[in-house]
Write a protein that binds this ligand. Structure first.
Ligand code: PMP
Length: 409
């Protein structure tokens, strides 16, 4: 069993009060998770004791920095059960990872009239790169439709896949609806049609077991800052055969074998995709974040999140005029809601005055808002440091919003 009160103590930022003097209740972990002390300390320690550039230092510090960076690659390999560590590319985040696959891999395969499939609930980061690529190559972007409850309608996918389909990209857990998509089933269907699949694991990597070999995805992407690690570092996993085929997208130092004024040859994977000085301190922090996750255990994390999801859903639904968007049977602890009587931004502003951080807006999923015909939702997203008590405070504060707008409880 996970002990959230104990875990909360690991996160220094959560120890400070809100400027209103009320306790700070952070319910915006889908945007970014907070960082435990050991991640902060590890990064601090790196700059204090090990800072140097990687891969070229003969000297002591250079070797330590290289060890820090490369041992994180090995850590990520085991975190997602990749076959070998060179299948792991460091990027600055999910967005950059998707763009790298779009321009380094998919672009080479795309002819006019070809198709790329995404889903109706993609984050803009896993939508716009494919849309831009399709425009550039006169290809078509096709969308797996969504049902009212926030599940994908996979009955359509079989007909959508055809010899013109060159890529499928799908989100594992929707950041605006919480839906957990059956990615293994999607991958199996796509592979039956010879279509490679990219999985956006930005919302799942922290809490759900990711086994890229079992999942059999061709690419998988996530960001350090959503797995209790730092901003500015992310991961692209790719099957080795695809990474070998993929072109680099950025050019410069670190990624070459030899250079003349006439010709350049590139380094092997993964270096071929990591031009310039990488985020070494970020890698140190990411390794610490993965250690932190491993020490707690994903099974306990999931159990806790499911408990919070169930409790928060009950509490919020007992409020008159509150609607939840995204009611898939398999859902993570992300609740998008709207009040009949208040705009989502007003709701979030009033909640903030009670010390509660929720996000309001389209959550970088405008097509999802269009699907429901709404401009925005308020979104409460929970993590391992949240408690049932946080949810009681949230429910009370939402009742207060009702009081302000409607005048009665
Ligand atoms: N995909 C999903 C599902 C996300 O939740 C996010 C971040 N909100 C992203 C992609 C983009 O991640 P980043 O901004 O770290 O690149």
């Amino acid at each position: 069993m996970l002990a959230p009160y104990q875990i909360k103590k690991d996160f220094p930022i959560l120890q400070q009060p809100h400027p209103s003097g009320k306790p700070l209740i952070y319910l915006d972990s889908a945007a970014t998770t907070q960082k435990p002390q050991e991640v902060i300390d590890t990064m601090h320690h790196y700059y204090e004791k090990s800072n140097a550039n990687v891969h070229r230092g003969i000297h002591h510090l250079g070797n330590r920095a290289t060890l820090t960076y490369e041992s994180t690659r090995a850590k990520v390999q085991t975190f997602i059960n990749a076959h070998v560590s060179r299948d792991i590319i460091f990027t600055k985040g999910t967005t950059e990872s998707v763009n790298l696959v779009a321009y380094g891999f998919a672009a080479k395969r795309l002819q006019p009239g070809d198709e790329i499939i995404i889903s109706a609930m993609e984050h803009h980061s896993n939508l716009i790169p494919w849309q831009m690529l399709c425009k550039r190559h006169q290809a078509h972007l096709r969308v797996i439709p969504m049902q009212e409850d926030g599940q994908l309608d996979l009955s359509q996918l079989k007909q959508m896949l055809n010899p013109k389909t060159k890529m499928l990209a799908v989100v594992h857990i929707s950041n605006s609806l919480g839906t957990i998509n059956p990615v293994e089933e999607i991958i199996e269907m796509a592979h039956a049609a010879d279509v490679p699949v990219l999985v956006d694991a930005a919302q799942s990597a922290a809490y759900y077991d990711i086994d890229v070999q079992q999942m059999d995805c061709d690419f998988l992407v996530f960001s350090g800052h959503k797995v209790f690690g730092p901003t500015g570092i992310g991961v692209l996993y790719g099957k080795e055969k695809w990474l070998e085929e993929m072109d680099p997208w950025q050019f410069g130092g670190e990624m070459i074998r030899s250079v003349t004024f006439e010709e350049t040859t590139f380094a092997e994977i993964p270096q071929k995709f990591e031009a310039g000085t990488p985020n070494i301190a970020g890698a140190a922090g990411l390794a610490a974040a993965i250690r932190y996750i491993e020490n707690i255990g994903k099974a306990d994390m999931q159990q806790h999140l499911q408990d919070l999801l169930q409790y928060a859903t009950e509490q919020l639904l007992s409020i008159n005029g509150l609607h939840i968007y995204g009611n898939a049977p398999k859902k993570s602890a992300i609740i998008s809601f709207m009040l009949d009587f208040a705009h989502a931004h007003d709701t979030a502003t009033i909640l903030d005055s009670s010390g509660i951080a929720v996000r309001a807006g389209h959550h970088c999923t405008q097509p999802v808002m269009d699907f429901y015909g709404i401009p925005a939702t308020a979104r409460a997203s929970f993590s391992i440091y949240n408690t049932r008590e946080d949810i009681d405070v949230l429910a009370e504060a939402v009742e207060n919003v009702r009081m302000i707008f409607v005048g009665t409880l």
